[in-house]
Design a protein around this ligand. Sequence first.
Ligand code: UDP
Ligand code: MG
Length: 325
Amino acid sequence: MSGKKISFVIPVYNEEAVLPILIRRLGLLLAKLDAPAEVIFVDDGGKDAGGVYLAELARNDPRYRYIALSRNFGHQVAITAGMEAATGDAVIVMDADLQDPPEVALELVAKWREGYEIVYARRERREGETVFKRWTASAFYRVVAKLSRVEIPRDVGDFRLVDRAALDAFLKMPEQNRFVRGMFAWVGFRQAEVLYRREARAAGVTHYPLRKMLSLAGSAIVSFSDAPLRLALWFGTLVSLGAMGYGAYVLVRALFWSDGLVEGWASTILITSFLSGINLLMTGIVGVYVGRIYSEAKRRPLYLVSRKIGFDAEERVAPVRSVAS
Ligand code: UDP
Ligand code: MG
């Protein structure tokens, strides 16, 4: 069993503060792991010194590899880039900030060896995050679970192990707007979970401000659910039925009671503005989906790589370590 290789994929975006701790913890993990392994760092267009550090590491240590994307493509795309480059029989995706404790990887591997093809790590507790983050995250998982047609496990981020079979299925999905955890729920296979405590960030600050969280939530809902479109349909039907009823009433009234036909200014304004508001809203919902179709139709590459280090044995320079001090 130990002949099977494991690839770690770690997205990194301006994380220079955590890198020394991360490398130390990874070193300990790799020593405990009874299997050949590689660690792929995907630099998602970071602007700090982290890239230099990781490139150097990949040049000198055969266990580490480095891919730099040409700009910031976002967490979900960075993970995809790393998984595409991975050569292992299984891939483990892990955050760089040590919120996903590397030791949990050993439990993921154990489950994998029991025969599961996707082993996800479910957060039992979250440490060191604001009440707002915990609350929004929890609301997010519940809304997505309600709306989506595939069963997306709750409180599961991107920390997971994926067997080659499931990985190849995932890599065949070319969509631009990626919600990786949903895509892995969609591919099926035998899935298992491992519980863990989500730690506080080891250093640095989050790169998921509210704006990015909302965009991830948008991707999740629009990519995995047509509930907003169905809502538009139902709401549109309901409102038109109401309008028809009212139209009939006005007609009957005009025909049989020719009383004050000029009255009703307030109701006219009310109804007109209500209907045009609903109209705009529903058109907007449809527009969101049209926008998605447009971005998929362009068929642009998902990401661009500016540098790759440590993937060919020849390009790696032999480590020169000076003993003199
Ligand atoms: N990340 C990335 N690109 C981005 C934002 C984040 O590659 O545009 C990486 C980041 O370096 C970290 C992981 O994705 O390894 C999770 O991000 P973060 O810890 O900032 O999010 P949080 O845990 O606060 O949700
Ligand atoms: Mg984090």
